[in-house]
Design a protein around this ligand. Sequence first.
Ligand code: GLC
Length: 544
Amino acid sequence: MSTAGLTSLELFRVTPKPDRWWDGAAIYQVYPRSFADADGDGVGDLAGIANRLDHLAGSDRSLGVDALWLSPIYPSPLYDFGYDISDYTDIAPEYGTLDDFDALVEACHARDLRLLMDLVPCHTSIEHPWFVEARSSRDNPKRDWYIWADPEHDGGAPSNWEAAFGGSTWEWDEATGQFYLHSFYPEQPDLNWRNPAVAEAMADVMRFWFRRGVDGFRVDAIFAAIKDALLRDNPPDRRPHVIPGIGGEAGQDPLWSMNRPDVHDVIRHLRAVADEFPGRVLVGEAYVPMEELVSYLGNGRGDEFHLAFNFELLRSPWEHRHLTLAIERSEALHPPDVQPTYAISNHDNPRHATRWGSERARAAAFLLLTLRGVAVLYAGEEIGMIDAPERILPDPPFDRAGRDACRTPMQWNAEPGGGFTNGDPWLPLVDHESRNVADQSGDPDSLLHLYRRLIKARHESPALARGHHRSFFDVAPEVLCYLRQADDQRVLCLVNIGDTAADCDLSAVAADAGEVLVATSDRSGRVSLGDLVLGPGEGVALRL
Ligand code: GLC
């Protein structure tokens, strides 16, 4: 392909959108129990997070991320570790108080760091007063805030639907003689989003936090918001591409129980509330195929999510064909004005240093932070944290779905407690003696420094932050190559995902040489494209 005409194409002019601070942003996910413990009880807290803000933004030792996203910090009986909320407008006592929260918002904003919360709109805890009321009797005014159904004529569950973590979505309530629905654990009854009172209550929750200065929400499991009103049985699964953990193993296609067309009414409602407050962002979480995910972004109409997690990279093996397809599908399917949102690790999945191997961590960081889109980092990935081996994890596990391994405490230094706590950490530290922030901070070749350099390059380069993306194939069997372009700036990104050196054929690129903008190696200065050989795992961004 010739790129000769590209710079002149109006198509490639990218207009900055000052109100859309999230374009090209790096968002840092904190799992609050595991980030920093200020009071020594072994569990992270808000004061701990406030003490560690230097790591994120506002100092020359910072990663330089644009936003901090906190997994849930609301009161919760912890059946799903915070994703089962018993009060939407308070802070769990182990994390602090509303005053601590206000102080954290202020401290973040003073550093130009945005703060996002987790909104869990689809289910509450069984201990939430709404559900306590709802299950108290069939004629309680809150009954219809949840989804209840009578047994089938044989006494069985009202439908064959399976919950995300296994078993039926239906739980029998002895006292009132009906089943209630839960898409996840039985301790997380689903709210009835067909009830306008529920929609209004959740709008008030959002307003409560927006008024406290929150810059947006990551919206949990939205694809489960609406279920078929007739409770029709799900058919056996025949699709090659199912939602992991939902239906797949049991061979069921969640056709009637997930991702229903009217989920878009729910999203539009949430968006309308967010739009009451300027500059706020909603990032949707939906484990649905990419073709359907992009519809959660409003198909370019601007009335649904601003961003939605694209988990294709997270689910991809470290193989050229798969990664290429994940990237190209994402580029091809997202509306032109909407950025993909990539994450390669989070609190629900094995960390990528474990999945792909620690030796891939540098190339993975390069990929995450040079692709077009919003990059969501999961705390600890910047130092290459790996999953805890099973032998050091608690038995029985805290999380029944087996996610303790990726939720272990942040490793700040090599001291006992890892700089995370002075007490007993709630989950064990994995390898803080050999992998920690303090050591890597002092080492310019560390992974931590690479993350800092990559994020800085994104901020300084309009092409990386918000430029278009165009791939070049056949550069070398194991090399991913893409041109990022905004206005007059062209940045060619190359990453060798293989374990051996790669001789690149860049004859299709209309340039002879480029200046290194950022690299995973110590390569610098001017590089000739005619004879470029990338080392194993090497990534280079060249300004053409
Ligand atoms: C989301 C969360 C996960 C939680 C589930 C139910 O997928 O990321 O941790 O268990 O929703 O709320």
